[in-house]
Design a protein around this ligand. Structure first.
Ligand code: NAD
Ligand code: ZN
Ligand code: ZN
Length: 346
């Protein structure tokens, strides 16, 4: 009989995850098996478990795309990584490697991309099967627990700031100061930007100030948009929306400076109205941004390895996943929860 592992499984959309004994996968040619040490819990896992998006995962599946662990076994022909290496298994699980997007270092939008914890089983399990060409190489200086949030929340916000086309000294407004946002604030500061943090929770805003935000605004307060426009001297040069709320999207466009860029990263289901006249007359760019490439990953991890960015984590066991999901849904996770598999970091 095949050996088994503990896994938290989505069996039905919108229902609590079920705890299963799942067969430990065997790496085939070109694949590796990772023994999970830690896995962050992203709001995307919640969207996945709810079946929020048009492209839905096939049930049943194991979520989790911030999984960090050591390579436990390698399949035939694998030379890029070896047993014992510490890697991260990210959202961009694999891509084709030869389409126009892959060839121009935009593998994130490859039409054949697979997604960890979504179209492929992810890190809410003791072992993860992975593609060695797309795993993140985790710097020695980072523990698995502190590395976990960086391989989605970190890379996504780092990339989002890059494509906001802002220069040192300019303003970036970060809407949503949760898992993604608390890292966005830190990346933005390291990149020499002035940061305005926006959230609906005063506790998160206080934390944003501790992390270096120059201005904080509660999105629910009257005149929130005006406060951002005034505080930034006419609107932020770049806006990064991480909030999983459609209201935040409409607000964010109005917070963007003339000729500025509003980067959409949060993924609440649905659509939001764009005030066409304002966007056209003010020459505003609205841009989507989806995680980041392998190069972005290496850069985002390097900032953390140098001690310039640090994820704030709360650790929980896998058995607590449903409570964590409930808290995340209601905005009651201060920054990032990371599932600790108790493997013991070496
Ligand atoms: P989170 O729950 O940790 O944080 C969300 C934050 O937004 C919370 O602090 C919450 O208080 C705040 N918020 C809620 N409503 C708001 C509003 N109206 N205005 C301002 N702030 C508001 O979630 P997370 O893990 O940071 O993920 C955020 C979103 O980003 C999710 O929709 C997730 O799916 C998406 N995401 C996208 C990518 C990508 O590649 N584009 C990658 C990762 C996550
Ligand atoms: Zn994520
Ligand atoms: Zn491709």
């Amino acid at each position: 009989m095949a050996a088994t592992m503990h896994a938290a499984v989505v069996e039905e959309f919108g229902k609590p995850l079920a705890f299963h004994e799942w067969a430990i996968p065997v790496p085939g040619p070109g694949q590796i098996l990772v023994k999970t040490e830690a896995c962050g819990v992203c709001h995307t896992d919640l969207h996945a478990a709810h079946g929020d998006w048009p492209l839905k995962p096939t049930l049943p599946f194991i979520p989790g795309h911030e999984g960090i662990g050591r390579v436990a076994a390698v399949g035939a022909g694998v030379t890029l990584v070896k047993e014992g290496d510490r890697v991260g298994v990210p959202w961009l699980y694999s891509a084709c490697g030869h389409c126009e997007h892959c060839l121009s270092a935009w593998e994130t939008v490859c039409g054949e991309a697979e997604f960890g914890g979504y179209t492929k089983n992810g890190g809410f399990a003791e072992y993860i099967l992975a593609d060695p060409n797309y795993v993140a190489k985790i710097p020695d200086r980072l523990s698995p627990l502190e590395a976990a949030p960086l391989i989605c929340a970190g890379i996504t916000t780092y990339k989002g700031i890059k494509v906001a086309d802002v220069r040192p000294g300019e303003w970036i407004a970060i809407s949503g100061a949760g898992g993604l946002g608390h890292l966005a604030i830190q990346y933005a500061k390291v990149m020499g930007l002035q940061v305005c943090a926006i959230d609906i929770d005063d506790g998160k805003l206080e934390h944003a100030t501790r992390l270096g935000a120059d201005l904080v605004v509660n999105a629910k307060s009257e005149g929130a948009v005006e406060a951002v426009r005034q505080g930034t001297g006419g609107g932020a040069h770049g806006v990064l929306i991480t909030a999983p709320s459609l209201v935040a999207f409409k607000q964010a466009i109005a917070m963007t400076r003339k000729r500025g860029t509003c980067v959409l990263v949060g993924l609440p289901p649905g659509e939001f109205p764009v005030p066409l006249f304002d966007v056209v007359a003010n020459c505003i760019t609205i841009r989507g941004s989806f995680v980041g490439t392998r190069e972005d990953m290496a850069e985002a991890l390097a900032f953390a390895a140098e001690g310039k960015v640090k994820a704030d984590i709360e650790t929980q066991p896998l058995s607590a996943i449903n409570t964590v999901f409930d808290r995340l849904e209601h905005g009651n996770v201060p920054s990032r929860v990371v599932i600790d598999f108790g493997v013991g970091a070496a």
